[in-house]
Each structure stands twice: as C-alpha cells, then as structure tokens.
Design a protein around this ligand. Structure first.
Ligand code: SF4
Length: 319
C-alpha cells in the first residue's frame, strides 16, 4: 500500500490490518451510542447499529469509480499476503475497541451500550473496495456466523464468478444496480473493466439461485440515473430479489468533487421512483427512512421474516 494512501486512510479514522483489511466507525454507531439514533438497517432488519463492525477485507481493489462514491478512489494495488479470516476478524475487532474507547467516559453513553459495542454482533462487509475479491471470504463469513454475528455484504456485481464460488454466503447480499442501462452505467459507474455491464447482468441472473437473502440497491442520483423505471424493473425481474432498496445519493466525502448538492434527490422523489417501480415488479413499500432517503420494498411478510432471521441468528449460542 502506498504510504501516502495509508496516511490518508489513518487520518480519516480507518484502521488497517495488513495492507488490505480495514475498519472504520460508522456515523450511526456513534449516533446510536450517544444519541440513541440508529441506522435505517436497524429499523428495517433488526441489526444493532452500536454493535456493527463496518469493515472491508479488500480495500485494495474496486472495478468501478462511481461518481456518487464517498470513498477515496483510484488506489488499487496488489496484495502481497492475505490475512487469515480469524486473525483478520480478531484484529479488526481489537481496532474497533480502541476506536470506541473514548465513549467509555462519555456521560451520554450508558455502561451497557458501551459493553455491547465492545462486542460487535453485526458485520457490514461494505466499507470500501470490492470485498468479494478477498480470497477467503467464505471462511470469513463462516467465522462470523460461528460467533453468532449477522453478516451483510455489498457488491457492485462485477464479480459473478466469485459470488458463485462462495460456499457460505452472508445472511444478506446487496448488489448495487446504479444504472437502468449500459450507456448510463458507463457514465455513472465509470468501470475499469470493459465488460462490467455484462458481468452485472450475469450476477443478476445468479441471484435467484443463491442461498442468501438478496437485496438490490438502486443508488439514485438526480439528473443522472433516475426515471426509466421500466428499465430498472426489467433488471430487477432478472434478479428476482427478496427486497429492493431505492436510496437517494448523499452529498458526502470524495463524491463532492464530482457531484453537487442538487444531485441529491429529495425523499419524495425517491418515494415516487419506488412507487412506480413497485407497480412494475409487484412489490410494496414496507418501510421508509426519510432522513436517509431510503425505502424498503418487498412482498407481504418479507420484512417480518427478515427480522425473525436476524433475531434468531443473534440468539444462537456462540462458540
Ligand atoms: S449497518 Fe451500515 S449504516 Fe448501519 S451501523 Fe452498520 S455500517 Fe452503519
């Protein structure tokens, strides 16, 4: 890893293990500890924001340069030696404990919340890069599950063969579909691979056969990829996901060099898009979080099943 890049990440409160794995406290973990406000995934799925490990096993590679991405881009590099899953998880949890240590003395954070936060039980495998490129991802997921942790993976869909190879899949797998067609995809995701769109289609075709809960995330940027609900519906019908999350772009981080405040759609515009899409794919709006510009779409009962599955996983005895 380039020293300058490492210094930049450390300054941005990332903590690294070897040169490919990283953890960073999520805004919502902190909000949850001191203000009791949780992230939309706690609302939608029953995970606990204050016990979430926001991490990546592969900060070194991404096949996209999405205009809406808040992360530092263009810093791909070869990994000399990949960490073993157990060692990596232990190291990142130790880093997280250091990162939250300041909350111990904060009167707004209860002793119980602090103790719980010191023992993460949710792993958000989505911090940066393309986590699916980590060669031991299946074993990592197995390790997390053996400790009674819930696991959410986000992928940009350009590694279908890697997804197919996973013999233990995360509880919830997100595929980001941020374009209704190949032309818009080229402009908004700025792929580094020539056949990125074709790879995404292969991933969507794969989803119905996978033993994981599948979610399509439509990241919506005003005046760039909104509308064309018919085209999005055609893609969603291929994937036949358990749920869809239309989510409005947020003007934060490095994306501010590429987009503007006016690129953020209002919650009403995201809801309008969702209602139109729901009509086309036969899904209802199950939940809404206006402050995060996101909605949960699914079929009757989906949401209850999801929450039950999360609660069941979290209640299992850990080894
Ligand atoms: S699930 Fe995502 S938004 Fe919620 S606390 Fe974890 S990283 Fe943050």
């Amino acid at each position: 890893m380039d020293e300058q890049y490492r210094d930049l990440l450390i300054r941005q409160q990332y903590r690294l293990h070897k040169d490919h794995a990283a953890v960073k406290l999520c805004h919502w973990l902190k909000e949850s500890l001191v203000h009791g406000r949780c992230c939309y995934k706690q609302d939608f799925y029953g995970i606990e924001s204050h016990r979430c490990l926001q991490m990546t096993p592969a900060i070194n590679e991404c096949s996209h340069r999405c205009t809406f991405c808040w992360r530092v881009q263009d810093s791909d590099f070869e990994v000399r030696e990949w960490a073993e899953p157990k060692e990596m998880l232990d190291a990142l949890i130790a880093h997280q404990r250091m990162l939250i240590s300041g909350f111990k003395g904060d009167p707004r954070c209860s002793r119980q919340m602090f103790e719980e936060a010191s023992n993460p039980n949710q792993v958000a495998i989505s911090l940066a890069g393309e986590p699916i490129t980590y060669p031991y991802l299946s074993d990592f997921v197995k390790e997390c599950h053996s400790r009674g942790m819930t696991t959410f993976l986000v992928t940009n869909g350009t590694y279908p063969e890697r997804l197919e190879e996973l013999d233990e899949l995360p509880m919830q797998t997100y595929v980001t579909v941020a374009a209704p067609n190949k032309e818009v995809y080229g402009r908004i995701c700025r792929p580094k691979v020539a056949d990125g769109w074709e790879r995404i289609i292969r991933t969507l075709e794969l989803l119905p056969s996978l033993d994981t809960r599948t979610v399509i995330r439509h990241t919506l940027v005003k005046d760039l990829n909104m509308g064309r609900e018919e085209d999005y519906a055609r893609l969603d019908r291929i994937a036949d996901p358990d749920m869809i999350e239309p989510k409005g772009y947020v003007f934060v981080g490095a994306s501010r060099q590429r987009l503007s405040l006016s690129s953020m759609p209002s919650f009403d515009e995201v809801r309008e898009f969702s209602s139109a899409l729901g009509e086309l794919v036969g899904m209802d709006i199950l939940r809404e979080r206006p402050d995060s510009r996101v909605l949960l779409m699914g079929r009757e009962g989906t949401e209850t099943d999801v929450r039950k599955a999360c609660a069941e996983r979290l209640s299992r005895p850990t080894r």
